[in-house]
Design a protein around this ligand. Structure first.
Ligand code: SAH
Ligand code: DHB
Ligand code: MG
Length: 226
């Protein structure tokens, strides 16, 4: 048996990605263009993008909300999941990121079903109230605001809405109660909210892939009115 090393972990990630995803020109080009535009390489790993897509499909999601677009890599996966008559609303603070995402979504052939809202998510989320509920919410922006985003996920959702939070492991740092990192403390507050807030039932998984050691939380909105 191989030892767990960065190399053996990457080899397994490559094997699983090659076997279950393979080459996907629109996604591969999205990552390349994002890098060429100088955006950080912090998109979800391919296997995780496909997991998001599958979770959204398993949930029967027709309306998806994403907080944190970057270059639209995860957005493409979610847009494919909702199909041609579904809708994705994705929020991005940086105009340059939103511009790269728009081009990537167009090339992937899903721009018609995606609305990119450019601005600070906490400012834009209240205006989404009153529309049809979101069936699936992906939280992947400034970790300090995770509790704010969870609150909106419940308010904009319905019983049965699925919520996924990215980056809940951060190379193990999230286990450090006395961490001085505002991001780690934001992730911890979000996880504590998932545990204590009656509107949610949740778990979390560690992940180890080409993006390193991290994790996702997966939550179900039980009743937004609780
Ligand atoms: N979901 C993307 C990665 C998102 S990276 C993917 O997997 O492909 C996080 C993004 O959140 C960055 O583009 C960053 O600009 C954006 N962001 C950070 N703070 C934000 C805020 N307050 N409101 C909206 N977007 C924000
Ligand atoms: C960071 C943010 C992310 O959403 C991510 O997936 C990885 C890293 C970051 O801010 O460092
Ligand atoms: Mg992330």
């Amino acid at each position: 048996m191989p030892e767990l090393t960065p190399e053996s972990s990457l080899a397994l990630d490559r094997y699983l990605t090659d076997t279950l995803i393979g080459s996907d020109p629109a996604l591969d080009q999205a990552v390349a263009d994002q890098a060429a535009a100088g955006l950080p390489a912090i998109e979800v790993a391919p296997l995780n993008g496909k997991l998001l897509s599958l979770l959204a499909r398993i949930a029967g999601a027709r309306r998806v909300l994403e907080i944190g677009t970057l270059g639209g890599y995860s957005t493409i996966w979610l847009a494919r999941a909702v199909g041609a008559t579904g809708a994705v609303v994705t929020i991005e603070a940086e105009p340059a990121h939103a511009a790269v995402a728009r081009r990537n979504l167009e090339r992937a052939g899903v721009a018609d079903r995606v609305e990119i809202l450019q601005g600070i998510a906490a400012d834009l989320l209240p205006a989404l109230a009153g529309g049809d509920p979101f069936d699936f919410v992906f939280i992947d922006a400034d970790k300090e605001s995770n509790t704010v985003y969870l609150d909106w996920a419940a308010r904009l959702g319905r019983p049965g809405t699925v919520v996924v939070i990215d980056n809940i492991g951060r190379s193990g740092a999230v286990a450090e109660a006395d961490s001085t990192s505002a991001q780690v403390q934001g992730v911890r507050r979000g996880l504590e909210m998932l545990a204590s807030d009656a509107r949610f039932d949740a778990t979390a998984l560690q992940t180890l892939d080409r993006k390193g050691w991290d994790g996702i939380a997966v939550a179900l909105v039980t009743d937004p009115a609780l």
